[in-house]
Design a binder for this molecule. Sequence first.
Ligand code: SF4
Length: 228
Amino acid sequence: MSFSPSRQQLRQVFDLLLRDYGKQGWWPAEFPFEVMVGAILTQNTAWSNVETAIFNLKQAGLLSQRAMLQAKPERLAELIRPSGYFNLKTDRLNNLCRFLQDSGGECALLEKTTAELRDALLSVNGIGPETADDMLLYAFERPVFVIDTYTRRIFTRLGMAAGEESYEELRHGFEAGLGPHVRLYNEFHALIVRHAKEVCNTKPHCEQCSLVKICLMGDNCQREISGN
Ligand code: SF4
């Protein structure tokens, strides 16, 4: 299954979403390590829960690699409890911290090529493609397009994807279509998430959607409403 949208198609979606929602200012974090922690904590939970967990870590003085490695796992788990799966995520945070320590820290990782850094992140237990790509794009500012269920949903409904593409096929499709632009990827992913949460929900609100004229599913909905 191939996903090969043109630059024009992708830019049209981006421009319409940007016009509707404006710049999203992602990632909501003060420093790269906070982005990496957030990328793990947001696995299978809403961002509002992550915000509470991160607030707890900050209040406890544990939002640093060194402090986290020195903290007792039970203490860490209690602080991140609001993000769900807190024991699993405690292990994953520790895996991330050990990886950073063994790699010589974030600065040493900056020396790696994007492909090397991606492979290194993917070697950490608990970091899959979406989490690694969140880190690459938002913490390391590398031109890697993040794919999530929202991206798959919207682009399948638009008719640009078949819905059965692999993660990598979708990622390569966006990257080939758009070219390597960190700021564009940053904003586009954030807009996709916003649109999926507010309009192209599980039950889509096509009547409120500015993509309706270029959307396969939206077009079908309009036909049903108009009786054509
Ligand atoms: S027209 Fe409907 S299905 Fe298409 S992107 Fe908009 S909300 Fe989603």
